[in-house]
Design a protein around this ligand. Structure first.
Ligand code: ADP
Ligand code: MG
Length: 604
């Protein structure tokens, strides 16, 4: 289904490529559009025949047959029009849905750094608003152009055959209209793009204000929020007005030109009649043709508007689609089946790309600071190390490099002796479990949230994991048990419960490598002690990287690694580090000033 598509080609080419899977439907749509324009051209011809032949001969019978035929013609046209409107719009919706599918799929492939630099609201706007008008464009676009050009060409030929002077006069105005349409397009396109940017801004501000509503209330900053929103709303209004200004100019000028056409037909036709070079019947027919092709001109006008708004949205769609995820599988990436969990960091350096917010294309390096400098670290399979250090020292960063959430700049990281860049992302990440300080739960039931650890897990397995994570009892007390809803981001659970749900996920996933990033920092000590048990059970037999804020929790770790802004500063057991003095001893002393002298006492 999802075929590789090149998004770097010209926008129109990419747009057209979306018709390919629906070409049958497109063919049907175009065929009936063709019939419609045929019917529109037939009516003036019937009229001409009636006026010129049937009326003077007072041929009543033929006259009424002709009227019947004309009515029948419009009856057929009704059917054609139904097909075009219904199936055409359906086609448009299919195409829009395909684009949305591709965009969503693409967003799923994007690495952490992309989400660091794009706001949720902006991205949502791209998936919904920007593609909103594409349906109309995808359906009406080709049909409008096709019907219009066909009707225009047809009427030109028919008028030419009837009275060439009229054809010449009428069709000198046409190029003027076309030039006008083409010139206006650019300005409207720019204005429409601006509107889309402002809409995205509103969505982003809405998203952030709604998700921050609780904070705003706590600080009684509702009016500040309203003010911020009003600013964005004002900019949106201005952008819309600019767009409508260019649209109004476009509309009114085009209407003037079509009005002019009527005047020109009357002038030229009247002159030719007075010169006895044209009949009245021909003038009437001419007028009917003009009426018949005013419709195509309106269609073209319509098309230009739809094209500008639709293509502006499509352009923004392409902007995202053209960003290649920089973290992806190498060709021929390995699938690791049985991972033991030997981890080795060798001379690893890393800096975050900090792209300007919502910048298009691949983020330019606006500024870079090295977070990790030539770090060397080895964790043998099945063992556990503790990472400690000042906040902002790079502990989280160091851990996030292992599942390739970010790619290192220099050096190498290996798992079981394999460079992680040679391993497929899927198998690498399947073998690593992560418990972090902020837990994200999806709005849904507890059962779904634990089940997220391994899709397809049975309820029994989920309950087993919940028991090992010490959350089973809590869940049973909830009104709907495992089907209880957790609310958005798990708002209906306590911090400790959320954390245990996330631990249950990892039990279910059962990876050989484990990363615990301040898993218990946000919790009170009583809850921490409970969870600590679950975590110890979790890390048994797994290679574990444990970041702990409270040094009490890692005092018994076999090896402690101290990370500061300059990289790894110290390594050793608790006792060794305390003996040698330095950053670890200082941190420990800061947390347990009283216990510092009683080295053997377990701090609490
Ligand atoms: P720790 O976990 O030790 O507290 P982090 O690894 O979270 O430290 O952060 C290390 C440094 O990297 C900090 O200076 C922080 O500002 C920066 N940093 C962390 N995450 C990002 C990010 N996504 N983009 C840019 N800079 C970041
Ligand atoms: Mg951290």
């Amino acid at each position: 289904m999802h075929q590789a598509k090149s998004f770097t080609a010209k926008p129109l080419r990419v747009f057209i490529s979306y018709y390919r899977p629906h070409r049958k439907l497109f063919g049907v749509d175009m065929f009936f559009a063709f019939l419609i324009s045929g019917a529109d051209l037939l009516f003036p011809l019937l009229t001409k025949y009636t006026i010129e032949t049937l009326l003077p001969g007072r041929l009543y019978r033929s006259f009424f047959i002709m009227i019947g035929l004309a009515a029948l013609l419009y009856l057929f046209r009704m059917g054609f029009s139904y097909v075009v409107t219904y199936w055409g719009h359906t086609l448009g919706t299919y195409i829009e849905a395909d684009m949305r599918r591709d965009l969503f799929g693409h967003l799923q492939e994007m690495p952490f750094s992309f989400y660091d630099n794009h706001r949720t609201g902006h991205l949502m706007s791209r998936v919904t608003n920007d593609l909103f008008e594409v349906t109309e464009l995808a359906h009406h676009g080709p049909e409008d152009v096709f019907i219009s050009l066909l009707t225009l060409a047809g009427s030109f030929v028919l008028i030419l055959l009837m009275r060439w002077e009229m054809a010449v006069v009428i069709f000198t105005v046409m190029p003027l209209m076309l030039v006008h349409i083409i010139l206006s397009r650019k300005r409207m396109m720019a204005a429409s793009r601006k509107v889309k940017e402002r809409t995205a801004e509103i969505n982003a501000s809405l998203e952030s204000s709604i998700s921050g509503a609780r904070v705003a209330k706590a600080f009684t900053n509702e009016s500040h929020e309203k003010g911020k929103f009003a600013g964005g709303n004002e900019r949106f209004k201005r952008a819309r007005r600019t767009y409508y200004r260019s649209m109004a100019a476009f509309h009114s000028r085009l209407e003037f030109l079509t009005g002019l056409l009527n005047v020109i037909v009357l002038a030229a036709g009247g002159f030719l009649i007075m010169q006895d070079r044209m009949t009245l019947a021909e003038l009437i027919t001419c007028n009917l043709f003009v009426a018949a092709f005013l419709q195509p001109i309106r269609r073209l006008q319509n098309f230009v508007e739809q094209y500008t708004t639709g293509m502006a949205g499509f352009g923004r769609f392409l902007e995202i689609m053209r960003i290649e995820p920089d973290i992806k599988d190498q060709p021929g990436a390995l699938d690791l089946e049985q991972v033991r969990g030997d981890i080795l960091y060798r001379d690893v350096s890393f800096a975050y790309h900090t792209a300007p917010e919502d910048a298009a294309g691949n983020g330019k390096d606006a500024g870079q600071t090295l977070v990790l400098r030539r770090v060397n670290l080895s964790v043998p399979a099945g063992t556990s190390i503790a990472l400690v250090g000042p906040s902002g020292g790079g502990k989280t960063t160091l851990c996030q490099l292992l599942p390739r959430f970010y790619d290192i700049r220099e050096g190498s990281i290996t798992v079981d002796g394999r460079d992680i860049r040679e391993i497929s992302l899927e198998s690498l990440r399947r073998n690593i479990g992560m418990v972090q300080q902020d837990v994200f739960l999806f709005a849904g039931s507890i059962r779904e949230n634990i089940g997220y650890g391994r899709t397809g897990a049975s309820l029994d397995e989920i309950i087993g994991a919940a028991k090992r994570a010490e959350i089973h009892e809590d869940i049973l007390k909830m009104p709907q048990g495992y089907d209880s809803l957790v609310g958005e981001r798990g708002i209906k659970l306590s911090g400790g419960q959320k954390q245990r749900v996330s631990i249950a996920r990892i039990f279910l996933k059962n990876p050989p490598i484990l990363i615990l990033d301040e898993a218990t920092s946000a919790l009170d000590t009583a809850t921490e002690t409970r969870i600590q048990k679950a975590l110890e059970e979790l890390s048994r037999g797994r290679t574990s990287l444990v970041i702990a804020h409270r040094l009490s929790t890692i005092r018994n770790a076999g090896r402690i690694v101290v990370i500061g802004r300059e990289g790894i500063l110290q390594q050793g057991t608790h006792e060794e580090l305390m003996q040698s003095g330095g950053l670890y001893a200082e941190l420990y002393q800061a947390q347990f000033p009283l216990r510092w002298h009683l080295r053997d006492e377990a701090p609490c």
